[in-house]
Design a protein around this ligand. Structure first.
Ligand code: ZN
Length: 194
């Protein structure tokens, strides 16, 4: 949904609330303010809230008892130049499982409307030569025009997913739920909110 549509939706929700009663009407100006303050400022406010609130309880995720066999190799296909780079064992695991999860979260974050988000993958032997490794830069571009580029891992992406959703916790792969508060400095760094 684009911002204009969202603003219209909020305004019309306010209109409906007007007919329904005083309590809901009182809430609608706050929602409208939320819609108008977006981008970096909005994120800064969200981070202040995160640092002020009490931590929610954590909850361990399900333990996985089924040992997963490590893949022996994985072919990384460069999205930029199309070259194939072969990785083995733990790096293959990164290509086959971690990277797709990171890309999925990056796409979700990109849809959030706060900023544009993409991953710069440093995995191609053609593009990065000797420096190619299983690492990824998170690239955040704000509407104001500035770009924040940080080396990021899967855990960082999970932190941002929770934070951008406005939660005080983040959810891990195995459905564990952990407080975001202790990671506020890392979130600040990843989003360039220093
Ligand atoms: Zn390449």
């Amino acid at each position: 949904m684009n911002w204009v549509a969202l603003i219209l939706a909020v305004l019309s929700a306010g209109g409906i609330a007007y007919g329904v009663g005083q309590t809901r009407l009182a809430k609608s100006p706050v929602s409208i303010m939320k819609v108008f303050s977006q981008g970096r400022e909005r994120l800064r406010l969200m981070l202040m809230r995160l640092e002020k609130e009490d931590e929610p309880d954590f909850c361990f995720g399900a333990m996985c008892y089924e040992p997963m066999a490590l893949p022996e190799r994985a072919d990384y296909l460069c999205p930029v130049c199309g070259t194939r780079t072969v990785y083995t064992y733990s790096e293959a695991e990164f290509i086959l499982s971690t990277l797709p999860s990171m890309r999925r979260i990056a796409a979700e974050l990109d849809e959030s409307g706060h900023f544009r988000v993409s991953l710069e993958e440093l995995l191609c032997s053609e593009c990065f030569g000797e420096d190619a490794s299983n690492s990824v830069n998170l690239v955040v571009v704000y509407a104001e025009g500035d770009t924040v580029r940080t080396r990021a891992g899967y855990h960082d992406m999970m932190l941002l997913r929770g934070f951008v959703a406005g939660d005080l916790f983040y959810i891990t792969d195995n459905d564990g739920q952990y407080p975001l508060k202790e990671h506020s400095q890392r979130i600040r760094e990843l989003l360039g909110l220093e």
